[in-house]
Ligand binder design. Structure first.
Ligand code: HEM
Length: 219
């Protein structure tokens, strides 16, 4: 990132990208000459170029995103909520403020030259729009002092936020298990990853609905 801002070539791989490629090749027991390795290397180049051409937008996505993902679990700790409601409220506003640049730049990256094509862009764009929708509904609910709805919409919002990790892991699982094209695995991972994050959360929300203890528990 900083090298790109200093004028380095935009298609240059970061040392971390190179390390990730090596780890992946070792994990898949494949050599640098294999077709699979070359496909992944090409996608890594495409991916980093796509971020490097817009380094400021990338920064505005990854810095608030990392802070959000790091701090959001604190909001789920029941003790923290009951003993320090003021901190929950203030941290809540900070998280919502971080969610704005994180979500809008996320939607930008969903549709801006998507590496895995239009179907992956659709999954990612829908996830971004749903994230914003959940945040707004969670906020409106707590302004009406409807704690149950606030909890439900916040859980849905967090399921989308952490869903990106499920997208990446499902990509690795798909290429490890199925002999399909890497680009097709990428597209599939965007749908599978968000669905395995959002659907069980929905199941949990329904299962714990109207249970008074759910408002005290972590979720
Ligand atoms: C990332 C997740 C969460 C965020 C960003 C968040 C954000 C917020 C915000 C901004 C407020 C203050 C609203 C106001 O000023 O009126 C608030 C209040 C509240 N939230 Fe959350 N919240 C989250 C998760 C949860 C969860 C899972 C629960 C579980 C029940 C919860 C329960 C409450 C309660 C009880 C209040 C009222 C606190 C008070 O004013 O005494 N929140 N939250």
């Amino acid at each position: 990132m900083w090298r790109v801002l200093d004028g380095a070539p935009v298609d240059e791989l970061s040392p971390q990208d190179v390390e990730n490629l090596r780890t992946l090749a070792a994990w898949m027991k494949t050599g640098a000459g294999s077709q699979l390795y070359q496909q992944i290397e090409r996608l890594t180049h495409l991916g980093s170029e796509r971020y490097n051409v817009v380094p400021i937008v990338t920064l505005v996505h990854v810095v608030p995103g990392a802070l959000f993902l790091f701090a959001a679990p604190l909001q789920l700790i029941p003790r923290f909520r009951s003993r320090r409601p003021g901190i929950h409220r203030r941290l809540g506003y900070v998280l919502l403020a971080l969610a704005i640049p994180y979500a809008f730049t996320g939607i930008f990256f969903s549709i801006h030259e998507p590496v895995f094509g239009p179907l992956a862009a659709l999954a990612s764009g829908l996830a971004g729009a749903w994230f914003i929708c959940c945040a707004v509904l969670a906020y409106l609910a707590i302004r009406k002092r409807d704690i149950e709805r606030h909890r439900e919409w916040m859980l849905r919002m967090l399921a989308v936020a952490y869903g990106i990790a499920a997208v990446r892991l499902s990509f690795l699982a798909i290429i490890a298990v199925f002999p399909i094209d890497v680009a097709a695995a990428g597209t599939l991972s965007f749908w599978v990853g968000w669905l395995i994050s959002v659907l069980p959360t929905e199941w949990w929300i329904r299962r714990t609905a109207r249970q008074p203890q759910a408002l005290r528990w972590a979720s």
